[in-house]
Structures are given as structure tokens and as C-alpha cells.
Design a protein around this ligand. Sequence first.
Ligand code: NAI
Length: 288
Amino acid sequence: MQLRGKTAFITGAASGIGLAIAEKCAAEGMKLLIADIAADALAAAAEALRASGAEVATYRLDVSDLDTYRAVAEAVLAEHGAPFLLVNNAGVAWKAPASAATPEDWRWTVSVNILGVGYGLSLFVPAMIASGEQGYVVNTASVTGLITSPGTSAVYAATKHAVLAISETLAHELRPHGLHVAVLCPGSVATNITDADRNLPDHVSHDGLTSAEESERAFTRQFVGNGLPPAAVADQLFAALAERRFYVITHPEYREEIETRHRQIEAAIRGEPASDVGLLAMAKQILN
Ligand code: NAI
């Protein structure tokens, strides 16, 4: 995989997994086009990446805002051509089991986590195909795109299952063009995701968290804080890209839950009662 001198466009690149992917791209000698909604964090990330010797352009971007995204994509294509590596990574995780989610919770999470990915594909993939380069598209889903558990946010899980479906279909479509698609499905990674509401847009009303939600967040923060370092996730992603693997599953500890789900589906197809513990009994914490 020859990456030196090639261009990477990465969303949500000011923090966490996106920043770690940007650092990895920089280490590979790629030209970085990094986008994020958080202007200050984006500037700080760019400064650090430049200090490491990378060539970096920044784009202030809310991936759920189509007009802005269109303008950013036009600027990118005009100045740098089609990206060789497109990473649709920006995402938000938010409280809200299905029974408690407000319409705004749904709208915000769906618009960032699903539409943000869709817009990235619509705006860049045709140019990537036209470039004739054998590049890569990476979509960040989650292990929550593969399984759920009782504590899972239904809103978040819905969006990550959608990212998985988008990625699978896209992989079929792009294979004839020589473009490789990978879907990143991490478990817990020590990032700032627990405070995703720092980027809540003004139009989403926010009454603050109840005390129960505050203590749930404290628990989640600790759980996520004990997760894999983002750099380890980026390393695994690049190893997978080098081998042109599609599913990038960074947390093998979820294997049993994933297999249980698949066995239950297979049993249902055969018309047999599921012999495994039920899906709802899968008690392992997932959260992200
Ligand atoms: P993070 O909060 O550290 O980084 C997310 C970045 O996305 C931030 O820089 C934020 O400013 C940016 N962002 C948020 N909304 C945006 C928008 N509308 N437009 C553009 N940029 C926006 O969180 P993390 O963990 O690095 O999240 C990256 C991706 O990884 C997300 O898609 C998340 O769902 C996924 N993920 C995270 C896991 C974890 O445990 N941290 C596990 C599985 C998946």
C-alpha cells in the first residue's frame, strides 16, 4: 500500500479516533485534509500535525450541514483533487434508550452519524472513481453496528447499524473500480466521545441531564476511559487496509456476542428455537 504523497480527507479529525488516523496518515507521509466541527480543537490538531512535519489543510465542517459540506468538497476537489483515502469518521454518541429519546435526540444523532457519512460519500466518491486511483473509503461504525445489549442507546445503535449497511453495499459497488471499502467497528476507545454533547447544535434543545443520566455518564466516561488508546485503533485500521480487509474489528472480546447473534439468526432461518442465551441476556457492556 503506497501512501506517501497521497491525500487523506478525514472527518472528526480534531479528536480521538479521527485524530489518531490523521497522525497515522502523517506518519505514512500522506497529505492531510482534516475536517471537524470544533474550530479550536481542529486548529490545535493541525498545529500538532504540522509540527510532526505533515502537510495539513483544515476545514471547519459540520458533516450534517449539506450546504457547508458541499462547499468544502468543492474546495477540496479544486485544490487537491479526489482524496486517495476518505475517512467518514465524525460521529456522536448520546444518551437515550428508545423509550426516552426525544425527536431532537434522533434528529441530531441520525443527521451526524448517518447523513454525515452519506454526504461524504455523495460528495467525494464519484471523483474518487473518476480519478482511476485504487484508493480507500473508511467508514467508522462501531461494535454497536454489530450487536446491541440492554444498556445500548437505541438511537446510536441504529445509526451504527446503518453505517455498517452503507459500507457493505458500498464495498460491492466500488470493488469493480478498484476502490477498497473498510468499516471500522471498535468497542471502547479512550476518546472524548462521552462528551459529544459539547458539539450539540443550537437548534437542538438541551434541558441538561437528569441526575440519573449524569451518573450514567460518569460510569460511561470511566468505561470509555479504560478503552483502547486511539492510536492502537488506527494501527489496526492500517494493518487491515494493507490486507484489504473489510471488517475492522478491534476488540476481539465481543466475539462471543457477535457469534451468538449470528447463531440465533441461523437458528431462526432453520425454524429452530435458539439454543443460546437470548439477545437480551447479552449483558456485556458495549456502550459505543
Ligand atoms: P471524539 O468525540 O473524541 O471525536 C469525535 C470528533 O468528531 C470530535 O473532534 C468532534 O468535534 C467531531 N464532530 C462531532 N460532531 C461533528 C459534526 N457534526 N461534524 C464534524 N465533526 C464533528 O470521539 P471518537 O470516539 O473519536 O469518535 C469518532 C468515531 O468513532 C465516531 O463515529 C464514534 O461513533 C466512533 N466510535 C467511538 C468509540 C469509542 O469508544 N470512543 C467506539 C466505537 C465507535
